[in-house]
Write a protein that binds this ligand. Structure first.
Ligand SMILES: O=P(O)(O)OC[C@H]1O[C@](O)(CO)[C@@H](O)[C@@H]1O
Length: 500
C-alpha cells in the first residue's frame, strides 16, 4: 500500500522551511529539479518538497507500482476494471507496446486515419468554408482546445463547436453561416447523448442536406439510424475513453482546422511522451514527477484546489479541457475494489490564461488564506510577430512564479506577501502540434499515475449518470404530462410554469 503517512510527516517537518530557504540551502536545486523531454521543459524547484520528501515520494511511486502500471496501460490490459475495458489512447498515436491487443488496436486506428484523411480531402474539395462540430464533454473539449490552439490564420475552413443543449448556443453558432457551404460533424461515442442528438438534429435540419453531415461514433447503428450514411461515419471503439479520445477520429475537426499532416504530428508528439513515460527511469520520468507533485500537494500538504495558468492565448481552453480530464478521471471516492478511500482524491481544478487572470483572481493566489498550487505554462518562442508583447508575457510569467514563491515582507500586513506558494513551470520551446501533443499526453499520464497511487479507476465516470437520469425523468414534467416526485422540484416546476 502506498505510504501517504510518511509524506505527511515530511510535510510537517518542512512546515517552517519555505521554498526560499530550500533554494538557499541547495544552490543546485533550481537546476536539479528540472526535466526536459524534447521541446517540453519542466521546473519543479518551487514545490515545497526537499530531497528527503522526494525520496519518500519516489518510494510511494515504487509501492504503488508506477512503472508496471504504465506498462499495463500501454499494453492494453483491463485498466478500466469497473467497465471491463482497456484504455488504449496510446495505441491511437504510434505505439510503445508490443502487446498483441495493443498492436491490433493501433492497426484499427491507422485504418481509421486513412479514411479520415480521405474525408478531410473530400470536405475541403467540396467548397465547404465552415464546419460545425457537434459534441459534448470528451467529444468536444479536446478538438475545441487543439483546433483553437493550432489553427493558422487563412485556414481553408473555419471550425465551430456546438456543445451546450441551450438553444442559444445553436443560434449563436449558426448565425452568419451559409448552409450551402457548411458541413456538420456529429461526434458521440455512444450516439445517445441528449445534447448532441438535439443539437445534431438542429444542425442537420438547418443544413437541409444530409450529404454534408458526418459522424464519429462507436455506435454506427445509432448514427445510421439518425440518417448518416455509413461512408460518412468514422469509427471509435470502447477501448478509447471519451476524455482521452481527441487522438482518434474524434480529432476529425482538428484535422480539418489544422490539416491532416499536422494532426499526425500531434499524435507523434504524444507518442514521444508515451515512450518517455513507459521507458524513462523513475527519477528522470516527467509523468512520474508531475503525478508525485500532485499527490504531494493534495495528500501531504492537504491543498484542496489546483490552478492551471497557460501564459499563451492559444492555450486559453486548456483549463476547460483539463477540468474534464482531471476531475472526471479522479473525482472518485471508492477504490477499485469498492472499499472507501482513506485519502482525499482530486482537488478542484480551475484556471485561465495569463496575463488576463493576473487582473482577476491572482489577488487571492498572492494573499488569500488558501494556498493554491499552480501549473504555469509558457511558450519560449513567439510566433505572433509582436516581440515586445511576447517579452512582456514572459516577464509576467516568470515574475508571478517568483513573487508567489518568494513573497515580500512588510510592516503593513495589507502590503505583505507570505510567499511559499508552490508552482510548477512547464515551458514549450514553441507551440507546435508535436509539443502540444506531448503536453496533453503528459497530463493524461500524470492523471493515470495519480489514480494508481489512490487505487481508483481513472477511466469510468458513473458520477455523471444520476443527473442525466433525473433530467430524463423530468422532461415529461416540464411538458406538464407528469408530476415530479421531489417536493422542491414540484415547487420549482410550478414556479416555471407560472412564468413561462
Ligand atoms: O461521446 P458521448 O457518448 O456523446 O459522451 C459525451 C461525454 O459524456 C460523458 O460520458 C459524461 O459527461 C463524457 O465522459 C463524454 O465525454
Amino acid at each position: 500500500m502506498p505510504d501517504f503517512a510518511t509524506l505527511r510527516s515530511h510535510a510537517a517537518r518542512l512546515a517552517d522551511t519555505p521554498v526560499v530557504r530550500l533554494l538557499q540551502d541547495d544552490p543546485e536545486r533550481a537546476r536539479a529539479l528540472s526535466l526536459r523531454v524534447g521541446p517540453l521543459y519542466a521546473n519543479f524547484a518551487r514545490q515545497r518538497y526537499d530531497g528527503a520528501a522526494l525520496d519518500a515520494l519516489y518510494a510511494l511511486a515504487d509501492q504503488a507500482g508506477f512503472a508496471a502500471a504504465m506498462r499495463r496501460l500501454l499494453d492494453g490490459e483491463t485498466v478500466n476494471a469497473t467497465e471491463g475495458r482497456a484504455a488504449l489512447h496510446s495505441a491511437l498515436r504510434g505505439n510503445a507496446s508490443a502487446a498483441p491487443f495493443s498492436r491490433e488496436c493501433s492497426a484499427q486506428a491507422a485504418q481509421a486515419r486513412t479514411r479520415m484523411r480521405e474525408l478531410v480531402d473530400a470536405v475541403l474539395a467540396g467548397g465547404v468554408t465552415d464546419v460545425v462540430s457537434v459534441g459534448i464533454g470528451g467529444s468536444d473539449l479536446g478538438p475545441r482546445l487543439v483546433a483553437d490552439a493550432l489553427a493558422l490564420p487563412g485556414a481553408p475552413v473555419r471550425v465551430h463547436f456546438l456543445s451546450n443543449v441551450d438553444g442559444n448556443a445553436a443560434r449563436r453558432t449558426l448565425v452568419g453561416l451559409d448552409p450551402a457551404k457548411t458541413a456538420a460533424i456529429l461526434i458521440s461515442k455512444t450516439f445517445g447523448t441528449q445534447e448532441t442528438l438535439l443539437n445534431g438534429a438542429i444542425v442537420r435540419d438547418w443544413l437541409g442536406d444530409d450529404a454534408r453531415v458526418y459522424a464519429v461514433s462507436a455506435n454506427v447503428e445509432r448514427a445510421a439510424a439518425f440518417g448518416i450514411a455509413p461512408e460518412r461515419i468514422l469509427p471509435m471503439w470502447d477501448w478509447v475513453g471519451g476524455r482521452y479520445s481527441l487522438w482518434s477520429a474524434v480529432g476529425f475537426p482538428i484535422a480539418l482546422a489544422i490539416g491532416m499532416d499536422r494532426f499526425e504530428a500531434l499524435l507523434a508528439g504524444a507518442a514521444e511522451l508515451d515512450a518517455h513515460a513507459v521507458e524513462a527511469a523513475p527519477r528522470e520520468n516527467l509523468a512520474f514527477l508531475h503525478a508525485l507533485t500532485a499527490l504531494w500537494n493534495r495528500n501531504a500538504l492537504g491543498l484542496a484546489t489546483q490552478a492551471v495558468l497557460p501564459y499563451d492565448e492559444r492555450l486559453r481552453l486548456l483549463p476547460n479541457y483539463l477540468q474534464q480530464l482531471v476531475m472526471e478521471s479522479l473525482g472518485k471516492s471508492a477504490r477499485l475494489d469498492g472499499a472507501p478511500l482513506d485519502e482525499d482524491t482530486v482537488p478542484v481544478w480551475w484556471g485561465g490564461p495569463g496575463t488576463d487572470t493576473q487582473h482577476s483572481f491572482f489577488q487571492a493566489l498572492h494573499q488569500g488564506t488558501q494556498v493554491v498550487p499552480a501549473d504555469f505554462i509558457g511558450v519560449v518562442r513567439s510566433e505572433d510577430g509582436f516581440e515586445g508583447n511576447h517579452r512582456a508575457l514572459l516577464a509576467n510569467l516568470l515574475a508571478q512564479t517568483e513573487a508567489l514563491a518568494n513573497g515580500q515582507a512588510s510592516d503593513d500586513p495589507h502590503r505583505a506577501y507570505a510567499g511559499n506558494r508552490p508552482s510548477t513551470l512547464l515551458l514549450l520551446d514553441a507551440l507546435t502540434p508535436q509539443s502540444l501533443g506531448m503536453l496533453i499526453a503528459l497530463y493524461e499520464h500524470s492523471v493515470y499515475l495519480q489514480s494508481v497511487a489512490w487505487g481508483i479507476n481513472a477511466f469510468d465516470q458513473f458520477g455523471v449518470e444520476l443527473g442525466k437520469q433525473v433530467a430524463n425523468r423530468l422532461l415529461p414534467a416540464l411538458e406538464g404530462k407528469a408530476e415530479a416526485d421531489d417536493a422542491v422540484t414540484r415547487v420549482l416546476l410550478a414556479e416555471i410554469a407560472a412564468r413561462a
